[in-house]
Design a protein around this ligand. Sequence first.
Ligand SMILES: NC(=O)c1ccc[n+]([C@@H]2O[C@H](COP(=O)([O-])OP(=O)(O)OC[C@H]3O[C@@H](n4cnc5c(N)ncnc54)[C@H](OP(=O)(O)O)[C@@H]3O)[C@@H](O)[C@H]2O)c1
Length: 324
Amino acid sequence: MLAAYYTEGGPSSVIEVSEIDAPIPSKGEVRIRIAVSGINPTDWKARSRPQSFAPGEFQIPNQDGAGVIDAVGPEVDERRIGERVWIFFAAWDSRWGTAAQWTVVPEWQAVALPSQSSDALGAALGIPAMTAHRCLTSDGPIDGRTVLVSAGAGAVGRAAIQLASWMGARVVSTASTDEKAQIALDAGADAVVRYQESDATDQLREAAPEGVDRVLEISLADNVLLDLSSLNEHAVIVVYADDARTTLELPVRRMLFGNVTVRFMVIYHTPRAALLAAATDLTAAINAGALSEPHFARFPLEQTAEAQDAVEAGTVGKVLIDVP
Ligand SMILES: NC(=O)c1ccc[n+]([C@@H]2O[C@H](COP(=O)([O-])OP(=O)(O)OC[C@H]3O[C@@H](n4cnc5c(N)ncnc54)[C@H](OP(=O)(O)O)[C@@H]3O)[C@@H](O)[C@H]2O)c1
């Protein structure tokens, strides 16, 4: 099969594209003929780490994708063959990422794709939509609550806006430019705060006069004071990204008297039951028309390195690879 892979960590130039043997599904696994591979920041970060592989070993990058199950391993229902699916975590503890014509994953990581959904939407779900879902649901229902979603034009942020709106929340988001603010509004945000402007706290108070109950935070270091400026008591801030700063000063007394909870979450360590619940909810959201396609930047498989560079450079929208 044609695959992109690397045999050592480093810049995107370590990625090669050539023919290798296709994987064979083991017990409990399905094999997927990939149509579209979705790239996340985690994919180029994983590749960039210094690492060396034993002779003959390799890593195919990218966690997310969409395609069709064409083979199943022992103990998997053969009726799954022919099913269109979206997949997540393909490269987690596995060499078989989605930047290739075939991959294998445990069958629970291959989720039926509703017939009206494009492969591109399926490949864009995975890590961002599961992360958004987990952040929104880990502290109880959000129906009738106000949620502040930072980074509303990002893959996680945009999915969070759409899911939170679908779940019945009022959503305020943040963005740095008009273009990104419009993406957040188009996704369903009720208001957008230009978080880098000097009057951002005033903008947020105006956008959420009722106060904020939940925050999905991409950068606690940058935004904690903005978040706290409108938090209701007992609010929860869920931090889902690490912006490379290792330490942070917090206004402890203010947070203490606000009964604020700060939690951190990484999708890879989320319990399987929560991931399965997320997959069920995402299917329902798709069927309800609540999850629409973001803007895509598409690359051929041969340009996997350029595609990962585009994600690293902060391309607006979702970067996908079309697999031949
Ligand atoms: N915890 C997890 O399991 C998990 C899962 C998925 C992703 N992540 C991490 O989450 C981050 C975002 O992922 P993504 O796929 O959504 O990336 P993305 O699509 O590239 O979006 C990043 C967005 O973040 C915004 N942003 C950057 N710095 C910001 C700041 N200080 N305050 C507010 N907004 C900021 C940018 O827009 P502006 O120009 O408006 O700032 C941009 O729209 C990455 O670091 C990724 O590794 C973590």
